[in-house]
Design a protein around this ligand. Structure first.
Ligand code: PAF
Length: 289
């Protein structure tokens, strides 16, 4: 197990990835906000399969948090993160300070439409995706990776980043990685550490409800009553529901029963002070032949 190189400036990051590319090595970037868990490590492992060199960024990006959100208390575990990255075979860690990412006088923000305005996360976190897209664009331009890996757990984020990379002609392959789950189905998240024992016990209801809705839809049940049952089940488990929606997986537009595109079930709900999100594929009913 070798220690990853730790770089803190854009110049060092560029020099590091340029050296790898000059040696003919494909470079993959795994953007994170730290507090790494097995879900992040699965992104690093996928990056290892897709490139000769892997660099992980660790930056708790202030611009994607609204003033009422958890920026100040977001878990910061840098030393433990670097140990996990070393064990996963990550070659480099980019850990800039806020001043490096947003120097005095910084005035540019990426403006988004399409999947960023789908009425899901954006309806509850209206400034979030502009902050995500701006920091991800910066990271991609700074590191110039051949590929960048993002978790499907943040499904709308992945769609926003894919659209941004396409629209801005960023020469990078955006790769979505499957969600890692605890044994009881709860999607792994850095925010799970906030859950009390009782909240943690209720939390798997989100995934169980997504699965029940997906089964009903695959069996040909109507979309709206299925979602209404799912919403009631989540609220009965003690959550305040932000949304449970069935959407076109590519555009995130509301699902059309008559269409044939892939569907995605997406949920966001608050339990106590913690907001959890999750999503799964929802196969359409088999067509009669
Ligand atoms: O998914 C995350 O952890 C963040 O939104 C990201 C992509 C690292 C940007 O800050």
């Amino acid at each position: 197990m070798s220690e990853p190189i730790i770089v803190r400036t854009v110049a060092d990051l560029r020099a590091t990835t340029a050296r790898w590319r000059a040696a003919g090595e494909r470079v993959a970037l795994v953007p994170t906000m730290g507090a790494l868990h097995a879900g992040h490590i699965s992104l690093v492992r996928l990056a290892r399969e897709r490139a000769e060199r892997v660099i992980t960024s660790i930056f708790v990006n202030p611009t994607q948090f609204a003033p009422n959100e958890d920026f100040a208390k977001y878990p910061r575990t840098f030393a433990a993160d670097v140990e996990k990255l070393a064990a996963a075979g990550c070659d480099g860690v980019f850990a800039p300070t806020p001043d490096i990412m947003y120097p005095p006088g910084f005035v540019t923000t990426i403006s988004l439409d399409g999947p960023a305005k789908a009425g899901l996360e954006d309806a509850f976190r209206p400034t979030h995706f502009a902050g995500v897209a701006t920091v991800v664009a910066k990271l991609l331009i700074q590191a110039q990776p051949d590929a960048a890996i993002f978790g499907q757990k943040d499904f709308q984020q992945l769609a926003v980043i894919r659209a941004m990379a396409r629209d801005l002609d960023l020469p990078v392959e955006i790769i979505g990685a499957p969600t890692m789950r605890e044994a009881d189905g709860l999607a792994m998240s850095s925010r799970n550490v906030y859950l009390s024992a009782a909240e943690r016990a209720a939390a798997p209801t989100l995934h169980a409800t997504l699965q029940a809705c997906a089964r009903a839809i695959a069996a040909g049940e109507a979309f709206e009553p299925t979602l209404a049952d799912g919403r009631a089940r989540i609220e009965a488990a003690g959550f305040q529901l932000d949304y449970l929606e069935l959407r076109d997986a590519a555009t995130l537009a509301p699902a059309e029963p008559s269409g044939d595109g892939a569907l995605r079930l997406l949920v966001a709900a608050r339990i106590g002070a913690t907001r959890l999100i999750d999503n799964i594929d929802a196969p359409r009913p088999a067509k009669e032949s």
